[in-house]
Design a protein around this ligand. Structure first.
Ligand SMILES: Nc1ncnc2c1ncn2[C@@H]1O[C@H](COP(=O)(O)OP(=O)(O)OP(=O)(O)O)[C@@H](O)[C@H]1O
Length: 255
């Protein structure tokens, strides 16, 4: 029997990570271990530190202190190996809208040393994961916002990463597209044993996550399955617990 997410060795270990911008402490001693096969939501309001954590995990920023290990590779000492294990979907859309979907993915494949038939196969497989085979020859500009996001996710998965980081990946999408994308990624997490970290401030999209890490003012305030967080902090739903944790009472409870 394969190990469950909680039994498997962590794919990512974040230890006591801190980062300040001048006097603003964006991350204050954040520690997390992320498991394969687990969809972890990093839930925090604006300014919580989510993007700062992602920028450190993706090697764009260096932490003031603390460490990150990805599949046992230290991000500071072995960045190439650590980064090679990760697929990333950035908060800002990043497709070249004047290129076709295939050209966008082929460019990314080339950056990862995939060419010729291997690249074509990887592109076809990645597009199929998100039901986007038919978009292959279309210019990215002609796709809906939701489908552009799916192409970015296909691109992130094309190199078969063990770890997938998504920073507010549903920004600007309508509720139906958001739900569709969350369900897609949750299914792939289970089927492929991915280690997924999904940052968002939208509570409703992560109610079905395996685990929710609540980040506020650079600190982890709670961490666990959504039902456990709700039970610990009261209220009827994750949103109530989130508002209580981050110091903003649910509207119904305001005096
Ligand atoms: N480049 C920067 N220079 C100065 N302060 C910054 C910089 N980037 C972020 N901050 C500050 O660091 C804190 C954490 O910001 P960060 O963008 O990481 O949060 P976030 O949770 O991603 O927010 P959002 O949901 O709004 O994107 C905030 O107080 C923010 O104003």
């Amino acid at each position: 029997m394969p190990p469950t997410a909680s039994q498997a060795a962590p794919a990512v270990v974040i230890d006591a990570l801190s980062k300040s911008y001048g006097k603003v402490r964006a991350l204050d001693g954040v520690s997390l271990a992320l498991s394969p096969g687990q969809f972890t939501a990093l839930l925090g309001p604006n300014g919580a530190g989510k993007s700062t954590l992602f920028q450190i995990l993706t090697g764009l920023f260096v932490a003031d202190s603390g460490s990150v290990q990805v599949l046992g590779h230290d991000l500071a000492r072995q960045p190439t190996r650590a980064l090679a294990a990760m697929g990333i979907v950035f908060q800002q859309p990043s497709l070249d809208l004047d290129l076709t979907v295939e050209q966008n993915l082929a460019y990314h494949a080339g950056l990862h040393g995939l060419a010729g038939r291997r690249a074509r196969d990887a592109i076809a497989e990645a597009l199929a994961l998100f039901g986007q085979e038919g978009a292959r020859s279309q210019r990215a500009r002609t796709l809906s916002g939701g489908n552009r996001r799916k192409i970015e996710m296909a691109r992130a998965l094309m190199t078969e990463p063990a770890v997938v980081l998504l920073d507010e990946p549903t920004q600007g999408l309508d509720p139906a597209s958001r739900r569709d994308i969350v369900e897609h990624v949750a299914r792939l997490t289970r089927e492929r044993g991915l280690c997924v970290l999904w940052a968002t401030h939208i509570v409703s999209e992560v109610e079905g996550a395996d685990r929710v890490v609540v980040l506020h003012k650079g600190r982890v305030l709670d961490d666990g399955p959504p039902a456990d967080i709700v039970a610990r902090h009261g209220g009827a739903a994750l949103e109530d617990a989130f508002l209580a944790l981050t110091g903003r009472e649910p509207a119904g409870r305001a005096a």
